[in-house]
Design a protein around this ligand. Structure first.
Ligand SMILES: [Zn+2]
Length: 268
């Protein structure tokens, strides 16, 4: 697997080689003057490539490039798990909970820390119904990945405390905002012992207005062990959920709790 660590090793090997070629080649006059005087340009290009690849790969959680993330269960059984991000939402989460209760299904909610205030009863209801609650940062800021490690750590700790104050247990599941992981966040996650949960089916429910299109997209991608990401703040999320559960049943898929799918603990 191609990881950030391997890329960094490769980068330093190439950097060292370039410097050696420059030093020896120019002294022994194996290289022409033009190449000798422009070595810094090759070093700059190499450094840009290293930074470019690192940034690009940060957006692909399933690549495990910066940090190992669980994006699906390993099974041949027709089972999958539902996850909801960016809640809780006072308007739609309640409806989602009632649909899940009626269907006797369990889901995982990756909640935003600052949004928990005033929604404690809703979170307690989630927990007592058997749903799992994971950490999705305090602010879910678009700048989260530019924060220093200390601020990221504080966001994760504050959210874990807010969850723990409500349900009495501290979460071990973390989903990075926008699914982006960089080396600084990876370090923080290792220190705090989080299991990083990704997905292998992105529903794009925040973009599509038609629930049928969203469900169709999910169904074309579902495989045994799939982790599906939805958002409980989206106005069409109850419709999507109803339709998705019905269609999964037709395809003989069972929705199971995330912990059953990937065999890990959800709380410390
Ligand atoms: Zn999110």
């Amino acid at each position: 697997m191609f990881t950030f660590r391997k890329l960094t090793i490769l980068f330093f090997i190439l950097l060292l080689s370039l410097n050696l070629i420059h030093f020896i080649g120019c002294r022994m006059e194996w290289l022409n003057g033009h190449l000798c005087s422009h070595t810094y340009l090759y070093i700059l290009a190499l450094f840009s490539l290293y930074i470019g690849i690192s940034i690009f790969m940060a957006f692909f959680i399933s690549s495990n490039f910066h940090h190992s993330a669980i994006c699906n269960g390993i099974t041949t059984e027709k089972i999958c798990a539902l996850t909801f991000d960016d809640g809780p939402d006072l308007t739609h989460t309640e409806t989602i909970l009632s649909i899940l209760k009626r269907e006797q299904l369990s889901a995982t909610f990756f909640v935003i820390g600052k949004d928990l205030h005033g929604k404690e009863a809703l979170v307690r209801e989630m927990d007592s119904a058997g749903h799992l609650i994971g950490n999705h940062s305090w602010n879910h800021s678009v700048w989260f990945d530019l924060y220093p490690g200390s601020r990221m750590k504080q966001e994760l700790k504050d959210t874990a405390k807010a969850i723990s104050d409500i349900i009495g247990r501290s979460p071990l599941l973390f989903r990075p905002p926008f699914g982006v992981i960089n080396p600084i966040l990876s370090k923080v996650l290792k220190k705090l012992n989080y299991h990083v949960i990704g997905w292998n089916i992105r529903s794009y429910d925040t973009l599509h207005k038609d629930p049928k299109k969203t469900v169709k997209r999910i169904l074309t991608k579902v495989t045994p062990g799939s982790i599906i990401v939805l958002h409980d703040y989206v106005s069409t999320s109850p419709q999507i959920l109803e339709l998705l559960i019905a269609e999964l049943k037709l395809k003989q898929y069972r929705v199971v709790p995330l912990t059953q799918l990937i065999h890990i603990e959800a709380y410390a």
